[in-house]
Design a protein around this ligand. Structure first.
Ligand code: DX5
Ligand code: ZN
Length: 245
């Protein structure tokens, strides 16, 4: 059996890792901090700050200017940031060709790689390659995409990411109507005895996260709620308190 790479595991060194005990869904809520809207002239500082202030994971939004109308950073930046933190790194690939560039993201030391089910590339081979490298594999769904689009790949998923904003930018309003998808993902997980983690991304803050937690989310990506705050540490603590059950 392929070792399950728990989202609570330590950082990857780029090569295959020693398997760790499986992680149980519905465990402690995890907060992943997105640096998309941090000071882009000092990403290393932002990553270290997030770690110091108590983030569980670092969420890196990779955008290619095609899949979404924005351009951010790629594997070279991730590799450099990998050396600046001990936290696990989650790559959120909003790119047209995740399979074509996958090896570079694996080599960069990503602990989990989530890409979008809406890409035009074959999806299953890329999920299998992520898992074969001992990392957690995830698929994300845009707001207009039904959760059912993930059905063919459910056996290959460690992460189901429900976008709670239209992907492409930070600082957007939380879409509460996406919570039905979160609840449906949880129901599917129970029905099938599956182990994937349910992650929400976009507009997450202390006033929006509790409803997502009640709907079934286990992991919460937050960007502006942390780096847009006067005191990111206090903001992160407020968010952790909001999802603590
Ligand atoms: C948007 C990204 C999100 C974004 C979250 O496409 O996938 O991760 O950075 O930022 P906030 O929390 O500000 O919505
Ligand atoms: Zn993201």
């Amino acid at each position: 059996m392929r070792p399950v790479v728990p989202l609570a595991a330590g950082p990857s060194t780029g090569s295959r890792r020693r398997p760790a005990p499986p992680d149980t869904p519905r465990g402690r809520a995890r907060v992943a901090v997105s640096i998309l809207d941090a000071d882009l002239g000092n990403l290393a500082h932002a990553v270290r700050r997030a770690e110091r202030e108590g983030a569980d994971r670092i969420h890196l939004d990779v955008m290619d200017g095609h899949f979404v109308p924005n351009l951010t950073f790629g594997p070279k930046t991730i590799k450099a940031l990998r050396r600046r933190t001990r936290l696990p790194i989650d790559a959120h690939l909003m790119i047209d060709e995740p399979g074509r560039y996958l090896d570079e993201y694996l080599d960069a030391g990503c602990d989990s790689i989530t890409f979008h089910v809406e890409v035009r590339e074959p999806i299953e081979p890329t999920l299998r390659r992520i898992r074969a490298a001992g990392r957690a594999a995830g698929l994300a769904v845009r707001p207009k995409t039904a959760l059912a689009a993930l059905e063919p790949f459910r056996a290959l998923l460690d992460i189901v990411m429900v976008m709670t904003v239209e992907p492409g930018f930070g600082g957007q309003a939380f879409m509460a109507d996406m919570l039905d998808k979160v609840a449906a993902a949880r129901a599917a997980r129970v029905r099938r005895g599956a182990r994937f983690l349910i992650e929400v991304d976009g507009g997450i803050a202390p006033d929006t996260a509790p409803a997502a937690r009640r709907a079934g989310a286990d992991a919460f990506v937050a960007g502006n709620a942390v780096f847009g705050a006067a005191d990111p540490g206090a903001a992160l603590e407020a968010l952790r308190a909001a999802v603590r059950v």
